[in-house]
Design a protein around this ligand. Sequence first.
Ligand SMILES: Nc1ncnc2c1ncn2[C@@H]1O[C@H](COP(=O)(O)OP(=O)(O)OP(=O)(O)O)[C@@H](O)[C@H]1O
Length: 249
Amino acid sequence: MLVAEGLTKKFSGLVAVDDVSLHVAEGSLTGLIGPNGAGKTTVFAMLAGFLHPTGGRVLLDGVDLTDEAPYRRARRGIARTFQITQPFAGLSVHENIAVGAYLRHARRADAMDRAAAVAERVGLSHELDKPAAALTVAGRKRLEVARALATEPRLLLLDEVLAGLNPSEVRDMIPVLRAIRDDGVTIFMIEHIMQAVMNLCETVYVIAQGRHVAHGTPQHVCADPQVIEAYLGHGAAARIAAGGAHARG
Ligand SMILES: Nc1ncnc2c1ncn2[C@@H]1O[C@H](COP(=O)(O)OP(=O)(O)OP(=O)(O)O)[C@@H](O)[C@H]1O
């Protein structure tokens, strides 16, 4: 469904993303992981059209979107969330979600109905009339997902929607994300919380210092010495293997 070919982004002298290629299959739940500063959010910004790549292409169903503005990609069915949530603080939760729904529903009543249905899916039904500013961190994360979902995407790009949540809030959110996918929305998610990645994702891409390191099932990438080195530093994989052998011995 989504293909990135050789995506590259340079900021002056810094190569934030360096020749990254990836595929997201329709109906899948795919992860993007990597250490801080690896270039994950920059990849998402290029997929959603917020940044223009220095090199490479983005294709959806074989159509080249590289030069399309974000709102055009949204119409094609790509929605993204932001790592730092910024709801319209003066609007209610219901109105915030409706902002996304206006993409496909011009009448206020229709947008509000759509927003209420989306709130139900993400567990915000009881908070609809609250000002968005009154939500907890967990509520704001759900609102971020809801605003994107209200655009009725085919592909949802989630940028660390579990960051800042406590373990029980993470556990509550996992089935919400799985249900969104089961309803037919393809999900590509950046996530640091490995419990969620292991639970949710069928395929995971790993990048570090802007470059592709590995991809495969979560189990496969976690056992990959290059991934271990990317997170823990040079020589870590060998030290862990030696420690394991020592423990077994
Ligand atoms: N607009 C920008 N101008 C200059 N440098 C940038 C810009 N955006 C990102 N960078 C740099 O590009 C690199 C990749 O940043 P990015 O935010 O994509 O990483 P990330 O993997 O999402 O990190 P994190 O997990 O910490 O959110 C970093 O070194 C960052 O400082």
